[in-house]
Design a protein around this ligand. Structure first.
Ligand code: CMC
Length: 422
């Protein structure tokens, strides 16, 4: 069977044959047929907008790999900082590289005092921490004159380091501001996740529980990248205009903020709280199916039509966290929802399975995070993925500024009508 596709324009009889490689054929085939012909693909359902060597995802089979390594092995054996290095550099670091990377990240965790004293202090007392983080990411770039120097590799590496190291500091600062607690400075003797937990929770002689530190790291690993999702695509689209990485990351974080993307775990906890009791689960499911209620948040995925492998790992991590913190009372409702949905033809036929957000919110809540912080917790590790894609984009000779086309459906040309005549 030839690995080609032949497209015929029936209006002209013109035919074009192009190769199919890795299940993809170039849209240039359409351009060759007729340069004024475009493909209509809302939400990019069938469009590969880039080549990428970072993350492999097979949604039908439920497979996720970073640079070839199965997510299950990374979650079991790696650390977030090692995974961030892997995503950015393509290979796992050796011992010396890892030590250098950890030391580099650790020595960039502090932020300029003006970020806290002037910028963050300007927010309203009840500002949403994710809204604060989005703006803080963009603002952070204004502190570095070299941020716009994206053509220089040393400068790019510097910004990457800064963003990875400082995002947890910004995140914790946004939280502490929102509850009126004094800011806790980074502790460079702590690991990446322990330092974050310490900046979040330190009051008096707070000590990070190593089991919770590990759980946080696993959650960071699971959220580090997920190929061309809405946020990463935003990063690439904004990055393609050669905006600096801070502004691009702010755009990516804005996309993540939405309830259909990173905001879903927040929506899951609200949904479970509203359901209130396992006896209410069947009626809730009926409302979802009839369209009377909302969607079943934390279920379904654009790409996964099978179990999201991250959801399976998160469910296991949830039990490990509950051993330390006590069980989240919403767990029983979640388990019942999962059981009912997975045996219901509505969900089976549409291949709707729990996604990464179904259980992550329960863990975050058990760890003490308020619901409003959930998307922030997603954004911290996703920074590594965003930057890996940003870097890949800038090095890709086939990429240009993103500029999709449209199918114009408005009125034809007409004469301007003066106000008195309307
Ligand atoms: N509950 C009930 N029905 C659903 C759900 C759901 N969670 N998700 C999809 N459907 C139905 C949908 O109504 C449609 O039914 P029909 O064919 O009868 O019209 C069918 O399944 C296909 O849905 P779709 O909206 O065309 O699918 P999509 O690929 O555009 O949406 C999604 C993907 C994630 C936005 C969607 O499944 C959803 O809204 N889920 C709930 C929100 C959520 O959990 N989001 C987190 C995504 S994972 C985190 C991440 O990676 O960012």
């Amino acid at each position: 069977m030839p690995d080609t596709i032949t497209i015929t324009d029936d209006r002209t009889g013109k035919t074009v044959t192009v190769p199919i490689e890795g299940g993809v054929f170039p849209a240039s085939a359409v351009r060759e047929l007729d340069p004024s012909l475009f493909i209509y693909d809302p939400a990019y359902m069938q469009t590969a907008a880039c080549k990428s060597a970072i993350t492999f995802l097979d949604g039908e089979a439920g497979i996720l790999r970073y640079r070839g390594y199965p997510i299950e092995q990374l979650a079991e054996r790696s650390t977030y900082l090692e995974v961030a290095y892997l995503l950015l550099n393509g290979e796992l670091p050796n011992a010396a590289q890892l030590a250098q990377w950890q030391s580099d990240v650790t020595s960039h965790t502090f932020i300029h005092e003006n970020m806290r004293k002037r910028f963050v202090d300007g927010f309203h007392y009840d500002a949403h921490p994710m809204g604060m983080l989005v703006s803080s990411l963009a603002a952070l770039g204004t502190f570095y004159n070299d941020a716009k120097d994206i053509d220089s590799k040393p400068s790019r590496d510097k910004q990457i380091l800064r963003l990875i190291a400082k995002t947890p500091t910004l995140a914790a600062m946004c939280y502490r501001f929102s509850v009126g607690l004094p800011f806790v400075y980074p502790s460079n003797d702590l690991s990446f996740p322990a330092n974050f937990l310490n900046m979040m929770w330190k009051v008096g002689d707070y000590q990070v529980d190593p089991r919770l530190e590990r759980a946080m790291d696993v959650l960071f690993i699971l959220h580090a990248d997920h190929e061309q999702n809405c946020g990463t695509t935003a990063m690439r689209v904004v990055g393609s205009s050669h905006a600096d990485p801070y502004t691009s990351a702010a755009a990516a974080a804005s996309a993540l903020y939405g309830p259909l993307h990173g905001g879903a775990n927040e929506a899951v906890v609200r949904m479970l709280t509203e359901i209130g009791h396992i006896d209410n689960v069947p009626a809730f499911i009926e409302d979802v199916k009839s369209g009377k209620g909302s969607r079943l948040m934390g279920f379904g995925h654009r790409v996964y039509k099978n179990f999201d492998p991250r959801a399976t790992i998160i469910k296991k991590t949830a039990y490990e966290v509950f051993e330390v913190t006590g069980k989240n009372p919403l767990l029983d409702i979640a388990l019942k929802l999962e059981e009912v949905a997975l045996s219901d033809p509505y969900f089976i036929d549409r291949k709707l399975y729990p996604n990464v957000d179904f259980y992550s919110g329960l863990i975050y809540q058990a760890l003490g995070f308020p619901v409003a912080m959930f998307t922030v917790l997603f954004a911290i590790p996703r920074t590594a993925g965003w930057l890996a894609h940003w870097q890949e984009l800038l090095g890709d000779k086939e990429q240009k500024i993103s500029r999709p086309r449209q199918w114009y459906t408005g009125t034809d040309a007409r004469e301007y009508v003066p106000l008195v005549a309307r």
